[in-house]
Design a protein around this ligand. Structure first.
Ligand SMILES: [Zn+2]
Length: 413
């Protein structure tokens, strides 16, 4: 898989990555009030250091920061390694705020980060034991064993504990993860829009309804509430909560759906030893579409990002190869003869060879073909051009399955 990177196709390389275990937790030793207090004190300490650093023209090195803050933190009862984590973290956020020309960082979340000296991770029993100042907390992870088991025996970097508005405890632990993708025998390409995901494997087109429009409806609703109440909603606790809840539910739908779809597609790819091919929507795409303030565009950007991220994360877990192609011309070129397509609404027509298909099909097939050009040498006999293949050309796109057949077929896995 290595060495396939050209300006058109980019392969996610094998190597060491980080995969984060995320789970809700419940206290089995120590009280929530005490834990909240510890997280609150930590946040206050980090914010204090951020405020100090913000006044300086030149940021101190780690060693200098140690000289400046370590004693003070120890006097407040923080354990040696947590003190180190606190000034290191403060330094990182000030650095990144300055690099992005942002304002002074203001910490809102109740979070604490601990290293191996103050935290113990016992995945066999799904337990996290942490020491904060002179208190010990034991937290049970509420997640399927099947999920946590994947991380057993791997090296972890830190334990991050947070408490959210609903007073729920969340644990995330980044683990070191070796990604070693197999050599693909075939390709699965994916084209996305807000309503549908179109998948093409060289033989069949499959369409799956997304739940993104459902999320969009909730966010529209939130916007309606905002508009109806002018600026008053900002000061009204009740409306603020409603708006926040609608936005949150919308985002959760997207995140959950992306995760489900990622699992479905990655397992499917692994079964057929396929590489997954996606459009590389780079900075430019996100920046240029950022100009559009419409809710649908905002949600698209959010959804595409989450989808990419979810697929890459799952693929790393299962060593499935991931390939990105340049999205240029994927919906305007005829996949059969390469001529420019004409569009009648969403229907693409090729005047030269008579090819007819809907926009999404064209996208998925062209993404497939772009990857095929580069991957063909590794694929062997299966890497033939599906559109010039005799049997395929006769059937054309009439073999496409009706839209509803496979809708939500992924939900039962
Ligand atoms: Zn054509």
């Amino acid at each position: 898989m290595r060495g396939l990177t050209t300006h058109m196709v980019r392969v996610v390389p094998r190597g060491e990555y980080m995969l984060t275990l995320k789970a809700q937790g419940v206290l089995i030793e120590g009280s929530l009030e005490e834990l909240r207090e510890e997280l609150y004190l930590t946040r206050r300490a980090v914010q204090y250091i951020v405020d100090c650093l913000w006044e300086l023209d030149k940021l101190p090195t780690i060693n200098q920061a140690h000289q400046m803050f370590y004693r003070m933190l120890r006097q407040q009862g923080f354990r040696a390694h947590q003190a180190k984590q606190i000034y290191k973290y403060a330094l990182t956020i000030v650095k990144s705020a300055r690099e992005n020309n942002g304002g002074k960082p203001l910490l809102k979340k109740l979070t604490v980060r601990l290293d191996e000296y103050d935290a113990r991770v016992d995945l066999e029993n799904q337990l996290i034991i942490v020491k904060l100042r002179n208190r010990v907390f034991k937290i049970k992870l509420l997640h399927r064993r099947e999920y946590t088991e994947k991380f057993v025996g791997r090296k972890w970097y830190e334990v991050i504990i947070s408490i959210d508005r609903q007073r729920r405890i969340w644990i995330s632990i980044p683990f070191r993860w070796g990604y070693d993708p197999y050599r693909p025998r075939s390709i699965i390409s994916i084209d996305t829009n807000l309503r549908k995901i179109v998948i093409y494997d060289g033989g069949r087109i499959r369409r799956i309804d997304t739940r993104f429009t459902e999320a969009l409806k909730l966010k529209h609703l939130a916007e309606c509430v905002q508009k109806r109440h002018g600026y008053a909603w900002r000061r009204n606790r009740k409306w603020l909560d409603i708006i926040r809840a609608l936005h949150g539910r919308g985002s959760n739908i997207v995140i959950d759906w992306c995760r489900k779809f990622a699992k479905y597609i990655v397992l499917k790819a692994r079964k057929t030893r396929s590489a997954i091919v996606l459009e590389l929507l780079g900075k430019l795409w996100f920046n240029s579409s950022q100009k559009s303030p419409s809710l649908a565009d905002k949600l698209s950007r959010f959804a595409y990002r989450r989808l990419q991220l979810a697929i890459i994360t799952k693929a790393m877990e299962y060593n499935v190869p991931i390939v990105f192609v340049n999205p240029r011309d994927t919906s305007s070129t005829c996949p059969r003869c390469g001529a420019k397509l004409e569009y009648i609404h969403r229907l693409a027509v090729c005047r030269k060879c008579g090819f007819i298909a809907d926009r999404d099909t064209v996208g998925a097939v062209n993404i497939y073909l772009k990857a095929l050009k580069t991957l063909a040498p590794c694929l062997g006999s299966r890497g033939t051009h599906p559109m010039t293949d005799e049997t395929r050309a006769k059937g054309g796109t009439q073999k496409d399955e009706p839209m509803t057949t496979h809708t939500h077929s992924y939900t039962n896995i």
